[in-house]
Design a protein around this ligand. Structure first.
Ligand SMILES: Nc1ccn([C@@H]2O[C@H](COP(=O)(O)OP(=O)(O)OP(=O)(O)O)[C@@H](O)[C@H]2O)c(=O)n1
Ligand SMILES: C[C@](O)(CO)[C@H](O)COP(=O)(O)O
Length: 276
């Protein structure tokens, strides 16, 4: 029975390599610096994410994929040995650059690669271990994901109501079911708003997270397919889906949120404080 730490395929003992993608600009977050360098609980998101991976017994060093003009990462201290690669314009191109760096550094094509977002600093270590263990037992890979918990609406865009509904001030003597007065739209132009068209069945809908874990050569091949076919993907699992290759979904913690919009910072700070 192979130990979890080393699993055998074709009489070799593949190893596990970790990469953190941190080459984004954080445009939706809107800060003056890339969001991976935002300080929460006294450390940058990037340092938190590196430390989380370091807590896993499977990981003892980490590749950081950073922007070509990044001058911050190498000024920081990290919880484990670090090496670097330069990212690309799209997230998947940053991953592709990281895969090439790992192979050029001597990784074997059958080795597993653990890919994590720098923007997900609160991932529990037991989730990291769980997705790695799942990927060891899958032919193509595994990702963390969380089932959708809210009602999902599909929307359509429409012009503002042609009439403004004016409700007279409620008065103690006014019947509750009084009809509102319709008046002509005050605005001289129609504003487009989103309206609910229908509710999506969420019983098989998941929110993908990271880490996402694959074998290096297979990931290299599917990302080449993405490049050759000019596909737009936002995670590596999507590339395998295009080729109808099964990727295991491992239920992850809802604490593993991604810092994307300004509102996420207060939530993430509270999660990190609660985890410390
Ligand atoms: N070309 C890119 C784009 C994103 N990322 C990384 O991928 C992770 C998740 O992507 P996302 O949340 O989209 O980050 P940004 O692209 O920075 O955000 P935005 O889309 O708002 O600009 C982040 O850690 C980000 O640094 C990357 O390494 N290379
Ligand atoms: C990989 C990912 O974290 C899965 O949810 C996400 O797709 C990456 O961020 P982006 O905002 O989609 O670029």
């Amino acid at each position: 029975m192979e130990s979890d730490h080393e699993y055998c395929i074709m009489n070799t003992t593949p190893k596990i390599h970790a990469m953190i993608v941190a080459a984004g600009r954080g445009s939706r977050f809107g800060a003056s610096i890339p969001k991976q360098y935002t300080l929460l609980q006294g450390q940058t998101l990037l340092q938190h994410s590196v430390a989380r991976l370091a807590e896993s017994a499977y990981i003892d060093k980490c590749l950081l994929v950073v922007a070509a003009d990044d001058s911050t990462a190498q000024t920081l201290s990290f919880a484990q040995p670090i090496y670097y690669a330069v990212g690309g314009a799209e997230r998947w191109q940053s991953v592709q650059s990281g895969v090439e760096a790992m192979l050029n550094a001597g990784a074997n094509k059958e080795d597993l690669v653990v890919i994590h977002d720098a923007a997900r600093p609160a991932v529990p270590t037991h989730d990291i271990d769980a997705v790695i263990q799942a990927a060891m037992r899958e032919p193509y890979g595994a990702i963390l994901a969380t089932p959708v918990a809210d009602t999902l609406k599909q929307s359509y865009l429409a012009a503002n109501m042609l009439c403004n509904l004016e409700y007279e001030a409620a008065s103690p003597h006014k019947p509750l079911n009084a009809q509102p007065k319709l008046t002509n739209s005050k605005s001289g132009h129609n504003t487009l708003h989103a309206y609910a068209q229908k509710t999506i069945d969420r019983s098989h809908i998941w929110q993908a997270q990271t880490p996402q874990v694959f074998r290096l050569e297979q990931l290299q091949q599917v990302l080449s397919y993405v490049a050759e076919h000019n596909l737009a993907i936002t995670d590596e699992a999507s590339a395998f889906e295009y080729l109808e290759l099964p990727i295991r979904l491992v239920t992850g913690s809802r604490q593993n949120i991604k810092l994307t919009y300004p509102d996420d910072a207060i939530v993430l700070a509270a999660i990190l404080a609660a985890q410390s």
